[in-house]
Ligand binder design. Structure first.
Ligand SMILES: NC(=O)c1ccc[n+]([C@@H]2O[C@H](COP(=O)([O-])OP(=O)(O)OC[C@H]3O[C@@H](n4cnc5c(N)ncnc54)[C@H](O)[C@@H]3O)[C@@H](O)[C@H]2O)c1
Length: 470
């Protein structure tokens, strides 16, 4: 199929399909890449929101949408900030009345004013997105709701902060950037792993030159979720399991890719150029489903589409490579790999090991425990040093990183400062999963990653996470 013909079909005839996942492997790869670039150009992206500064909000009024596992834990993360007068939960929304009740009880433990409640339908959340009520929509719903909710909130004048991933189709990613630019509202994806102690320590070592020239990283989300996905009550209506029935690829890119993008100055001097992605066969999830005594789950066992292990290889414009993996089916200890290689040092995570290169004849041993301790102290990231004690005093959330993430979000909004991550970061990291699914569906072909920043990624600026905040 010629490119022009494909684009005409794609843009005029396949309106609905564009918003859906992929083009079903019908077209050669170069047509798909051209299609994506054309979509970006057509979106007329303008009015960059890189380093967006908005009005200071001395007390951020938060509309919290989705009160399940994550929504409840982010209430805990807000407690201290609310106690300090930096924020207030002014609205909550969920379709499940029991979760609304539980959230109201928890908030009453530390906030004098009860939030307004929006429930009763899966569109009730829209009423919470009014500047009369809130400044920030905090979105903790299933994946398919993230883009519609964030885009709607921005259109109503609110800033949007969404759980990961922020988009599940490439059209959603493009739409989010477009709406953020049109409305000049913040749109942040809440990638908590960017604030973990180990990742911040590595970032600090990179900043101080310990790794020399960076060449390669390996990162992942390897988390056996079978018990949680099968549990009828853990994820509302088993929404997460359902994604595995019709998608194949990396459905959760951002916990691995977020920190690596910070290590590699992605969108701050370098960017992701292209990828190839491959999934293994599927076995572990369907076997677990077949082993249950629930007919509905046994039926699903025949329909699992997502391979157990997905591996995506990404190259950056400046020539670094990234190996990104995803596996939530197989039994094994949790890992994000967290491997970084440079010309002078290498770090392997889970467990954390560091190698400092002293030349070819030095030997092949990890640094010993004493040296490791000294390195941890010498290169502790100031953000971690300052906030870990505060995080420990309160409900930490994943060892402290969730608290630090929420602290940064609210305090930047209080001061009217650019947020640590912008819409381009969140969409890019989510887009890698979406484009990886395209690659998988076409026999692991190369897919180019579109530039959504209109060239702004070339500015080599320090990452905002290094900026100090009161
Ligand atoms: N960053 C992290 O470490 C982390 C950890 C857990 C979950 N998450 C993310 O958080 C999100 C939520 O996951 P979860 O585990 O809390 O799932 P969950 O099922 O426990 O919670 C989702 C909630 O959204 C509600 N909901 C669904 N549709 C709604 C609608 N239209 N209006 C209002 N409420 C609606 C559900 O009733 C449910 O209470 C997901 O994106 C997940 O990937 C991130």
């Amino acid at each position: 199929m010629k490119r022009r013909k494909f684009l005409r079909g794609g843009l005029l005839g396949l309106g609905g399909l564009m918003a859906s996942r992929g083009l079903k492997g019908q077209t050669p790869n170069e047509d798909f890449n051209a299609f994506l670039q054309e979509r970006v150009a057509q979106a007329g992206l303008q009015g960059s929101v890189f380093d967006l500064q908005t009005e200071a909000l001395p007390k951020v009024r938060v509309a919290l949408i989705g009160l399940g596992n994550r929504g409840s834990s982010l209430i805990d993360m807000l407690e201290w900030l609310i106690g300090q007068g930096h924020a207030e939960i002014t609205a909550i929304s969920d379709i499940n009345p029991q979760k609304v009740e539980k959230a109201l009880q928890r908030i009453a433990e530390f906030q004098p004013n009860a939030p307004r409640v929006f429930t009763g339908s899966d569109a009730a959340w829209k009423e919470a997105c009014s500047t009369e009520t809130a400044d920030l929509a905090l979105i903790c719903t299933p994946w398919e709701w993230h883009t519609p909710m964030a885009a709607y909130a921005m259109r109503q004048g609110l800033h949007a902060a969404s759980e990961v991933p922020i988009a599940t189709t490439y059209q959603e990613g493009i739409d989010l950037v477009q709406v953020a630019e049109e409305t000049q509202r913040h749109c942040i994806m809440l990638e908590n792993c960017c604030y973990n102690g180990e990742e911040l320590w590595i970032m600090q070592m990179i900043k101080e030159g310990v790794f020399g020239s960076l060449t390669h990283a390996e990162c992942a989300y390897l988390h056996d979720l079978r018990v949680m996905m099968l549990d009828p009550t853990y994820y509302e209506d088993r929404w997460r399991l359902k994604h595995h029935l019709y998608r194949n690829g990396n459905l959760y890119t951002t916990h691995g890719l977020g920190p690596v993008s910070m290590y590699f100055d992605i969108l701050r001097g370098d960017t992701l150029s292209h990828l190839v992605s491959m999934s293994s066969r599927e076995a572990a999830l369907s076997e677990a489903l077949a082993d249950t005594d629930e007919a509905a789950l046994q039926d699903m066992a025949k329909r699992v589409k997502c391979g157990d292990v997905n591996t995506t290889l990404i190259r950056t414009v400046q020539g670094k490579s990234i190996m990104l993996q995803f596996d939530t089916h197989s039994g094994r200890p949790y890992s994000r790999l967290d491997k970084v290689v440079g010309s002078k040092a290498a770090h392997y995570g889970y467990p954390s090991r560091l190698y400092i290169d002293h030349g070819p004849s030095w030997g092949h041993s990890w640094v010993d425990d004493d040296k490791m301790k000294a390195m941890r102290e010498q290169y502790a990231h100031p953000l971690w040093t300052r906030l870990q004690a505060l995080a420990a005093e309160h409900k930490q959330g994943h060892g402290g990183m969730d608290f630090i993430m929420m602290f940064r979000l609210i305090r930047c909004l209080n001061e009217g400062l650019p947020l640590d991550l912008n819409v381009y970061d969140g969409v890019l990291w989510s887009m890698v999963g979406i484009l990886g699914e395209e690659s998988v569906s076409r026999g692991s072909v190369r897919i180019d990653i579109p530039d959504l920043t209109a060239g702004k990624w070339r500015n080599a600026t320090p990452h905002p996470v290094h900026r100090d905040l009161g």
